[in-house]
Design a protein around this ligand. Structure first.
Ligand code: RFL
Ligand code: PHB
Length: 417
């Protein structure tokens, strides 16, 4: 089998890329190691930025999102016994975010691809990628018990943090920058109405808590827990008691969450990681295959979408004009946004969580920063603009993607224009 773009991984980045390429008249094949049901039920992200929503709509995957997604105009920060709301539209020229689960995004994109897109193979486990420094790379995979080879003009690794694509870049040609954190999240899905109409991010002496939602009847809640925590050590009552304690406000100590059956429970570690460059020869890395952020900033899925939007434009340019200029600039264009999101995700994480080794001094620094956000429109705007996300155009030149070193110069030139 041969295709123009071989896509490894049928998560959000691989599926959206396949769709964007299809719309540009470029053929692709998606190879996904898991089965369809598994991919559609993997509980993960919940927040979509405006640019992600715009891309899904343009790709024809906006109908259910528009009917069932919940637009949010702010978040609430709870700390030091008080609550402060950060309003997005007034601080970001009218931008907002949507609560629409990654599971639903994936279902919508799979349905579209199977209806009229190129091949999307489930149970296709990629073993290796060969010849990415030639003009005919080959993906070796196993499907239905048989060894298969897919030759391509280009390969895109959308295979997540534990994928194989990254390893096709020779070690001497790539650098991974990483940070781990001394805590994890215990995440639950519960058949209980959301705590509040917007998301609540809570700093507390007992550790961080986040109250999110999936629908007016289903809550998605997270608690900071020590690394290595066994979810079995957290029976339902313990989880609800801890959420009550961490989300409580000073003036309403008797306040309680509305409880309901917990239908899903898991522990996830936190990590920051970036692999540079995001392109080697005819191999491109996109989404979690190239970078990971801790989920506190709600950036992972949106970064994955931004990567493939930039990449699909670059493939379209090549198909239309033969120019590889945008493909050549892909890594530099994406890394600028990626590092901005890495910084934001790191700052949100370390401001809101309690490091087991943290001193009273460290806690007061966190509270000083949260108080600053609550009292300064400038500090609040910095949070809001990062949370709703940068427009794709702001970090990507429409005609020719700047190299990293030129980027500031380009920004200056644009400001002068
Ligand atoms: P994925 O989703 O990991 O998909 C990769 C796909 O590749 C397949 N695969 C292979 N296929 C074939 N052969 C191989 N050898 C393969 N190896 C792997 C896998 O089966 C899988 O289907 O990566 P992608 O597409 O780049 O998408 C990234 C997002 O999933 C991720 O960034 C977000 O979920 C992160 N994230 C959040 N992001 C947000 O923007 N907003 C949020 O609110 C948010 N919350 C979260 C999150 C991640 C979380 N977890 C579990 C880490 C909350 C959580 C709890
Ligand atoms: C979620 O709804 O799963 C969610 C929301 C915001 C985050 C992380 C996860 O920062």
């Amino acid at each position: 089998m041969h295709t123009t773009v071989g896509i490894i991984g049928g998560g959000p980045s691989g599926l959206l890329l396949a769709r964007l390429l299809h719309d540009a008249g470029i053929d692709s094949v998606v190879l996904e190691s898991r089965d369809r049901a598994y991919v559609e039920q993997r509980q993960r992200a919940g927040i979509l930025e405006q640019a992600t929503v715009d891309a899904l709509r343009a790709a024809g995957a906006g109908a259910r999102l528009d009917a069932e997604g919940m637009a949010h105009d702010g978040i609430e920060l709870r700390f030091d016994g008080r609550a402060h709301r950060v309003d997005f539209p007034s601080l970001t020229d009218g931008r907002r975010v949507w609560v629409y689960a990654q599971t639903e995004v994936v279902k919508d994109l799979i349905a579209l691809q199977l209806a009229d897109g190129g091949p999307l193979l489930f149970g296709a486990q990629v073993r290796s990628v060969e010849g990415v420094d030639t003009d005919r790379p080959a993906i070796h995979y196993t499907h239905e018990g048989r060894e298969q080879i897919l030759t391509c003009d280009y390969v895109v690794g959308c295979d997540g943090f534990h994928g194989v694509a990254r390893t096709a870049v020779p070690e001497r040609e790539r650098t991974t920058y990483e940070r781990t954190y001394p805590y994890s999240w215990l995440g639950i899905l519960a058949e209980a109405p959301p705590v509040y109409e917007e998301l609540v991010y809570a700093h507390s002496e007992r550790g961080f808590a986040l109250a999110s939602m999936r629908s007016p009847a289903v809550s998605r809640l997270y608690l900071q827990v020590p690394n290595g925590t066994d979810p079995a050590d957290w029976p339902e009552d313990r989880i609800w008691d801890e959420l009550d304690a961490r989300l409580a406000l000073g003036d309403t100590p008797e306040w309680r969450l509305r409880r309901g059956p917990i239908t899903q429970k898991s522990v996830l570690p936190m990590r920051s990681s970036v692999t540079e460059p995001m392109r080697y020869g005819r191999l491109f890395l996109a989404g979690d295959a190239a970078h990971i952020v801790p989920p506190t900033g709600a950036k992972g899925l949106n970064l994955a979408a931004a990567d493939v939007i930039v990449l699909a434009r670059a493939f379209a340019r090549r198909a239309a004009t033969g120019s590889t200029e945008l493909l050549d600039g892909y890594s530099a264009a994406c890394l600028r946004r990626v590092w901005r999101a890495e910084h934001f995700s790191y700052a949100m994480t370390t401001t809101l969580h309690r490091d087991p080794a943290q001193s009273g001094f460290d806690t007061r620094l966190q509270l000083a920063q949260l108080d600053r956000i609550a009292s300064s429109p400038h500090a609040a705007a910095e949070l809001a603009q990062n949370y709703v996300g940068l427009p794709i155009e702001e970090v990507t030149e429409a005609d020719g993607v700047p190299e990293a070193a030129e980027a500031d110069e380009v920004a200056v030139r644009r400001a002068e224009a």
